[in-house]
Design a protein around this ligand. Structure first.
Ligand SMILES: Cc1cc2nc3c(=O)[nH]c(=O)nc-3n(C[C@H](O)[C@H](O)[C@H](O)COP(=O)(O)OP(=O)(O)OC[C@H]3O[C@@H](n4cnc5c(N)ncnc54)[C@H](O)[C@@H]3O)c2cc1C
Length: 281
């Protein structure tokens, strides 16, 4: 049971949504954008969130569009993880979405909600970082297209009242050889001790991580350390660990020692998998 009442708005257009937010904010209603609602509802139930008005984005066509045209994959922010898996336009993203919570939740959780939510793992973000996705955001009465690495750099850079409308990925990334592994300490369905996603792009490996540090990340420095020629895997891994952008997490989902052990074994596993991949010179 949610211990407080709030108003529910369901605008049909981006302009209406932005206007509603502005008016409700001005009226002291602490509005929030509502996508799958799974995080908002679970936090509201325990009084961990305070709002008097939610603005549901799911009736806005631009937020529910999901198509792969001749040039790119266009995903509305309110597209669910299960829809992404069913369509399987981008197999690496399908893998990532398929390991977030369970299937029932994947039918509710949206791409925008996973990336904008307060739950730190944001595992659906990794394939977007690796494919240099673009993000369309509604900001005031304008739409802006911004590279994912500007919208997300260890934290989400969205101004109050702005919301994500769509994610766009160029087709060249959709069929690249990839690697995805999620390691959990106990149950198969759980938050990650480590999730590693990687793509092989013209002989160069790009890596992205979740569950290792307090935020998911993709780091050019770590990629460079990994792609060094003629260096033994152990030496590369040692250098990569020196480039981690923050302390290794130490919590109920895994100690820092356990996570570093899992990272090393997973990267050695990746090395083997890469040898089998086409065009891995
Ligand atoms: C049981 C459970 C297990 C989970 N397991 C995992 C896991 O293993 N790995 C993982 O990565 N995540 C996991 N999550 C987190 C989950 O993936 C989502 O983060 C979360 O549930 C929100 O998705 P939603 O679409 O329901 O968003 P909502 O609940 O609708 O929104 C969440 C937040 O994001 C904001 N928001 C939503 N859409 C937008 C937008 N378009 N623009 C701007 N702000 C927006 C909302 O205002 C709100 O603050 C889990 C969540 C649950 C409840």
């Amino acid at each position: 049971m949610i211990p407080f009442t709030f108003d529910y708005y369901r605008p049909d257009t981006i302009t209406e949504a932005v206007r509603a937010y502005k008016e409700l904010e001005g009226a002291g209603r602490f509005p929030i954008y509502y996508s799958g609602g799974s995080e908002i509802i679970s936090m509201a139930r325990v009084n961990n969130i305070h709002t008097k008005a939610v603005i549901d984005l799911k009736a806005i066509p631009e937020c529910t569009v999901f198509e792969n045209n001749a040039n790119e994959l266009v995903m509305g922010s309110a597209v669910t993880l299960s829809a992404i898996s069913e369509a399987n336009y981008y197999p690496l993203l399908t893998k990532a979405c398929g390991r977030i919570a369970d299937h029932t939740m994947q039918c509710k959780i949206t791409l925008g909600g996973n990336i904008c939510g307060t739950i730190r793992y944001k595992e659906a973000l990794l394939p977007l970082l690796l494919s240099d996705a673009s993000v369309i955001i509604a900001s005031g009465n304008k739409l802006a297209t911004i590279p994912i690495h500007e919208i997300y750099n260890h934290r989400l850079n969205l101004k109050k009242g702005d919301f994500i409308v769509q994610f766009i990925i160029k087709n060249k990334y959709l069929s690249l050889p990839y690697f995805h592994i999620k390691k959990t300490k106990n149950e198969k369905i759980d938050y990650p001790a480590l999730t590693l996603a990687a793509i092989l792009d013209e002989g160069r490996v790009r890596l992205a991580f979740s569950g290792l540090c307090a935020f998911p990340f993709q780091s050019p420095k770590i990629d460079t350390a990994w792609n060094q020629e003629g260096l033994a895997a152990d030496a590369k891994i040692h250098e990569m660990i020196n480039h981690l952008p923050g302390p290794v997490l130490n919590d109920v989902y895994g100690s820092d020692t356990y996570r570093l052990f899992v990272l090393k074994t997973t990267l050695l596993n990746l090395e083997k998998e890469l040898e089998k991949m086409p065009c891995s010179n």
